[in-house]
Design a protein. Structure first.
Lengths: 371, 551
C-alpha cells in the first residue's frame, strides 16, 4: 500500500513570513528519501506538511494521484516517528503498538499476529509488557518505529529520530531502521541534520537551505559531485580556492592564483579567462614535488589520519571559509609534518569540483541538480 | 495553524462556551457591581454619593484602615514564622518532620473560623484557659477579642502557606550554590542573607500575596472574634444583609473599593516578581544537618510549640464535640448528644456540602482540563482573553463574589438566588483558576508530539484528547482537585451570602450555630468537617504520591 509522493510547487507561510517559497520533489514508491539541511532550513516544516500537521499555503502534495492538501492527518494513513519518541507513557509497549490497529478495528487475533510479528522484527519482544519509562532511549525508539510501521501506512515519516541517542546507539539504530524499512518496503521520508547519518541510510538525499532544495541525489553523487558550493561545504569539508579557466589548443586548464595549473577534460561550457572556484576535499590532496605551496598552521592526530590546518599565500583561497585542511592518510604517508613546516600539495584532478564564481553551479559536465 | 480564520471544531465550541461562561458568571456580575456602586439607592441615578459616604464617616473608613492594618501585620508575622520554620525544617534534622508537616497542612486547610471559635472557647470571656487562670491565680488573661484575636487566628492559619512556598523553593536550591558561596569565603548568617534569601525571594513574595489576599478577604474570623474591630468583609456583609430587599448600592461601593485594592496589590506583586524572576532546578538539594546540644533542644521546642499552638483549635473542637450539653451549656461528662442533634436537625447541611462540593469539583476538573487545553494548545486572542479572565477570581474576595452573583442573578431573565446552582457556580468560579493553572502546567510537560503520534496513527484530534491527553493529565489534575475540593467544603465567605434555609452548607451551619452560641453542635459539625479534610488530605498524599501541596 506504499505510495509515491509528489510535491509540486508547495509554499509554506506563517503570517507574512515565507518559510518555503516554491518547492518540488518526487519521492518514488518504496524509496528511502532524506531531507538534510542545517537547522531552520525548513526540512521539518516540509515533513510536517506531508504529515498534515502544517497547512499548505500553495501548490499541492499528492500520494500517488490523490491530492492530500485538505485531508486531515488522521485520515492520511501515515506512520510517524518523532525526535522525542512520543511513546504514550500510560500504555505498555504492546498497548502502544496496538493503538493504531485498534483504531482501524482489526479483530483481536489479527492484532495479536501483527503485533507479535513487528515486536520480533524490531527486537523488543521481551519488553512488551513494560511501561515505556522503564525502557532505554534506543528501546523506546524501536517501540515508536514498530508502532508506526505496524499499521502499514502509506508513507513512513521520521523527524530526526536518532538525535536524542548517544553516538554508538545512533549507528546501531541507523541500521535497524534501514533493515526494517527494507523488509517492509515502505516509502520513507527521513529528516536529519546529521550528514553522516544521511549518507549512510538514504537511497536519495535532498539537501535543503532556507526553504529551497539545493540538490537531490544519491549519497555518492551528492558527496563527489555537489551541485553548488553550499552542498560541497555542507556535506563533508571542501577547501575553496580562487581560480581561472585557461583554454589553449582545445585543451582546458584550471589555474590557481600562484600559477599552478592542471588540465581538466570533464568540464562543461567554460570560456577562456573565466573566474572559477576550485573545490578540493581534504583527502583529495597528495604530497608531491609540484603543486600548491602552504604552511602548516596546526596538526591534529586522528588515528587513521593526520589532519593539518593550512595557511596559503594571500589571495589563494576564497575568504570566509571555516578552515583549509588536508587529511593525510597514515596508511600511505611517507612523512608526518610538523607545525610551521612548508609542504607542496597536489589536488587530484579527477576528483576536484569547479564552481562558477557566484558559487551557484558546478562546471563539471553532466552534474545534475535533481537526480 | 489553519489557513481558515475560524475552523468550526470542538475546540472552537469550547473556546466560545468558556468565554460565555466567564462572561455570564464573572464579568457580567462584576460589571453589575461596579454599575450598582455608582447608583443612588433611592432614585437609581448616577452618583458618587456611595463613595463619599464611605470616606466621610469614620465608622466606615476605619474598617478599611483596620483591614489594611491587621492584614499587613498578619502577612509580616506569617512571613517571619513561615520562613523560619521552612529554613529550620530544610537545613536541619528535625525529629518527626513528617508529622510536623502534616499537622501544619491540616491547620492550614481547615476553615479559619474554626480557629476563631475555638480560641473563643479557650481564651474568650468564659473560655477554658480564662476560667482556669482566674480561678487559680486570679490572673487576668488578655482579651482574645478584636485585633489581637484576628491576628492570632489568621497568622496561625496562614503561616503554613509561606512555609509550603518557601520550603518548596529551598528544595530547589542546588547545594552547589551554597558550596560556591562558601568557597568564595561566605558563611553563616551572611550566606543566608546574600545567597539563600535572594533565591527564595520571588517565591516568598508569591506566598506573601496568597497570605495577604486570604487575610484581607477572610470573613469568618473577624466576624466571630473581631467584636468591635470592624474590617471590610464584615462591614460589606452586614451592610449588604441589612439592605436586603432594598438596594445594596452602598455595599456594592465598598465591594468595588475592595476589588480596586486587591487588584492594585496583585499587580504590584506581579510587577516586582516579574522583575526578579528566574528558574532554578536542583540536581542535588541541600542536605539537612544535625544540630547538637542546646541549639538542637531550643529548635525542637520552638517547632513543636508552634505546631501545638496551630493544632489546638482542631483538638479543642473535637474535644468539645463529645461534651455533654444541656441546651446550649456544657455540663460535665461526655456524650454523643451534639452529634445526635446535628444528624437530626442539620443533616441537610451535611448532604448539601458533599453534593455541592462534588458537583463543583467535577465541573472544575472537566472545564479546567478543556480550558487549559485551549489556552495552551490553541492559542489565539480569544484564549488569551480567557487566560486573563481566569485571573480575576484570584483577586476577588469571596464575600464580594457572593454579592456580585446575588446582585446579577436576583431578577429576570435569570433568577438563581436561593438556588443550589448559585452556590455551585460560586465554588466553581473561585476554584477553577487553580485547577486551570495546574492543568496548564501539566500540559506544558506533555510533549505535543505525543498527541501528534496519536493523530498520525489515525485518531482524530478530539479522540486523541480524550484517549491520550486527558488520560495523561488526570493523575496530576485529580490530586490538585482534591485540594480544591477541601477548600470547597470549607468555603464560607461567599456561601454565607448566597445561602438560604434549603441550601445551607456545613460551614454556614457552623457559623450560624456559633452565632446562636450552640457550641456543642458547632463543634460536632466542625469535627465532621475536619475529619473530611483529613481524609481528603490523606487521599491527596496517596494519589499524588508526594507531600508537595500547592494552592
Amino acid at each position: 500500500m506504499s505510495v509515491a509522493i509528489h510535491i509540486d510547487h508547495v509554499i509554506k507561510r506563517y503570517d507574512q513570513v515565507t518559510i518555503i517559497p516554491n518547492l518540488s520533489a518526487h519521492i518514488k514508491n518504496g524509496e528511502f528519501f532524506t531531507l538534510l539541511g542545517p537547522s531552520g532550513c525548513g526540512k521539518t516544516t516540509l515533513l510536517r506538511m506531508i504529515a498534515g500537521f502544517n497547512s499548505i499555503e500553495g501548490g499541492e502534495i499528492k500520494f500517488d494521484d490523490l491530492v492530500i492538501n485538505e485531508i486531515p492527518t488522521h485520515k492520511r494513513n501515515i506512520g510517524m516517528v518523532f525526535q522525542s519518541y512520543a511513546i504514550f507513557p500510560h500504555l505498555t509497549v504492546r498497548e502502544n503498538i496496538e493503538y493504531g490497529l485498534k483504531l482501524r478495528r482489526f479483530n483481536k487475533t489479527e492484532i495479536k499476529t501483527k503485533v507479535d510479528a513487528i515486536l520480533k522484527a524490531v527486537k523488543i519482544e521481551e519488553y512488551q509488557d513494560r511501561l515505556p519509562e522503564r525502557l532505554s532511549g534506543g528501546q523506546q525508539q524501536r517501540v515508536a518505529l514498530a508502532r508506526a510501521i505496524v499499521i502499514h501506512p502509506n508513507v513512513l515519516l521520521m523527524d530526526e529520530p536518532l538525535s536524542n541517542l548517544d553516538a554508538k546507539l545512533r549507528v546501531e539504530m541507523r541500521s535497524a531502521i534501514r533493515e526494517v524499512q527494507n523488509q517492509v518496503g515502505i516509502t520513507t521520508v527521513y529528516v536529519t541534520h546529521d550528514q553522516e547519518e544521511a549518507l549512510a541510510i538514504s537511497d536519495r538525499i535532498a539537501v535543503m537551505q532556507t526553504g529551497v532544495i539545493e540538490q537531490i541525489g544519491k549519497p555518492q553523487s551528492i558527496y563527489t559531485r555537489p551541485y553548488n558550493v553550499f552542498v560541497s561545504t555542507f556535506i563533508g569539508h571542501s577547501n575553496l580556492f580562487a581560480g581561472k579557466i585557461k583554454v589553449e589548443d582545445h585543451k582546458t586548464f584550471v589555474l590557481f592564483q600562484d600559477g599552478y595549473q592542471f588540465e581538466m577534460d570533464n568540464l562543461g561550457a567554460v570560456t577562456d579567462g573565466q573566474e572559477v572556484i576550485i573545490s578540493v576535499r581534504p583527502e583529495e590532496f597528495s604530497v608531491q614535488e609540484n603543486g600548491i605551496q602552504c604552511t602548516i598552521h596546526n596538526r591534529v592526530f586522528l588515528g587513521k589520519y593526520v589532519n593539518y590546518t593550512l595557511t596559503f599565500a594571500p589571495g589563494m583561497v576564497i575568504k570566509n571559509q571555516s578552515a583549509t585542511e588536508f587529511s593525510q592518510d597514515l596508511g600511505h604517508a611517507e612523512k608526518v609534518f610538523e607545525i610551521g613546516e612548508t609542504m607542496i600539495l597536489r589536488p587530484n584532478k579527477a576528483k576536484v569540483n569547479i564552481f562558477t564564481a557566484d558559487q551557484r553551479m558546478n562546471l563539471i559536465r553532466d552534474v545534475k541538480q535533481y537526480e | 495553524m489553519n489557513k481558515k480564520l475560524l475552523t468550526w471544531d470542538f475546540w472552537t465550541f469550547v473556546t466560545i462556551s468558556s468565554v460565555a461562561v466567564f462572561g455570564l458568571f464573572l464579568m457580567y456580575p462584576l460589571f453589575s457591581l461596579f454599575i450598582s456602586s455608582f447608583l443612588d439607592p433611592a432614585t437609581g441615578v448616577f452618583t458618587l454619593e456611595n463613595f463619599s459616604k464611605f470616606f466621610s464617616r469614620k465608622y466606615y473608613y476605619q474598617s478599611l484602615i483596620n483591614s489594611m492594618w491587621v492584614t499587613t501585620c498578619v502577612t509580616i508575622l506569617s512571613i517571619m514564622i513561615g520562613t523560619a520554620l521552612a529554613y529550620f525544617m530544610t537545613a536541619f534534622k528535625v525529629k518527626g518532620k513528617g508529622a510536623v508537616e502534616v499537622l501544619v497542612i491540616i491547620s492550614m486547610l481547615s476553615p479559619p473560623f474554626i480557629g476563631a471559635y475555638s480560641w473563643v472557647l479557650l481564651g474568650g470571656r468564659s473560655g477554658i484557659i480564662t476560667q482556669f487562670l482566674s480561678d487559680l491565680f486570679q490572673m487576668e488573661w488578655p482579651s482574645i477579642y478584636g485585633f489581637s484575636g484576628i491576628l492570632l487566628v489568621l497568622t496561625l492559619k496562614l503561616y503554613p502557606f509561606i512555609y509550603l512556598y518557601v520550603s518548596g523553593a529551598l528544595k530547589k536550591i542546588d547545594a552547589s550554590l551554597i558550596e560556591a558561596a562558601e568557597s568564595l569565603g561566605c558563611s553563616g548568617i551572611k550566606k543566608v542573607v546574600t545567597v539563600i534569601m535572594p533565591l527564595v525571594m520571588p517565591t516568598l513574595l508569591a506566598g506573601a500575596l496568597m497570605v495577604f489576599m486570604n487575610a484581607l478577604a477572610d470573613f469568618g474570623t473577624p466576624m466571630l472574634i473581631g467584636e468591635g474591630f470592624n474590617v471590610m468583609p464584615v462591614m460589606i456583609y452586614s451592610e449588604f444583609i441589612n439592605e436586603v430587599g432594598g438596594q445594596a448600592n452602598f455595599a456594592a461601593a465598598m465591594a468595588t473599593l475592595m476589588v480596586i485594592l486587591t487588584t492594585t496589590i496583585f499587580l504590584l506583586q506581579k510587577y516586582v516578581v516579574n522583575r526578579k524572576s528566574f528558574t532554578m532546578s536542583s540536581l542535588r538539594p541541600m542536605q539537612a544537618k544535625g544540630l547538637s546540644g542546646l541549639k538542637n533542644i531550643v529548635m525542637h521546642i520552638a517547632i513543636y510549640g508552634l505546631v501545638l499552638v496551630s493544632i489546638i483549635p482542631q483538638v479543642t473542637v473535637i474535644y468539645t464535640s463529645f461534651l455533654k450539653t444541656k441546651g446550649q451549656i456544657f455540663v460535665s461528662g461526655f456524650s454523643l448528644d451534639s452529634y445526635r442533634i446535628v444528624f437530626d436537625n442539620l443533616a441537610l447541611a451535611i448532604t448539601n456540602t458533599y453534593v455541592y462540593s462534588f458537583v463543583a469539583i467535577s465541573l472544575i476538573v472537566f472545564f479546567g482540563m478543556l480550558v487549559a487545553y485551549i489556552t495552551t494548545r490553541r492559542k489565539s486572542w480569544l484564549t488569551d482573553m480567557i487566560d486573563t479572565l481566569t485571573m480575576f477570581p484570584y483577586i476577588i474576595p469571596g464575600s464580594v463574589l457572593g454579592i456580585t452573583l446575588l446582585l446579577a442573578f436576583n431578577e429576570d431573565p435569570l433568577i438563581l438566588s436561593g438556588t443550589a446552582t448559585i452556590i455551585i457556580v460560586s465554588l466553581v468560579i473561585r476554584r477553577l483558576p487553580y485547577t486551570l493553572r495546574s492543568s496548564s502546567a501539566i500540559l506544558y510537560q506533555i510533549s505535543p508530539s505525543v498527541e501528534e503520534a496519536s493523530i498520525s496513527l489515525g485518531a482524530s484530534p478530539l479522540k486523541t484528547f480524550f484517549k491520550i491527553t486527558a488520560v495523561m493529565m488526570i493523575p496530576g489534575v485529580l490530586s490538585g482537585a482534591i485540594l480544591s475540593w477541601i477548600t470547597c467544603i470549607n468555603e464560607l465567605s461567599s456561601s454565607v451570602i448566597l445561602y438560604t434555609g434549603g441550601t445551607k452548607t456545613m460551614s454556614v451551619a457552623i457559623y450560624t450555630e456559633v452565632i446562636r452560641a450552640s457550641y456543642g453542635t458547632a463543634a460536632a459539625l466542625s469535627t465532621i468537617l475536619t475529619l473530611t479534610t483529613v481524609i481528603g488530605l490523606l487521599l491527596f498524599f496517596k494519589v499524588s504520591g508526594s507531600r508537595d501541596i500547592s494552592l
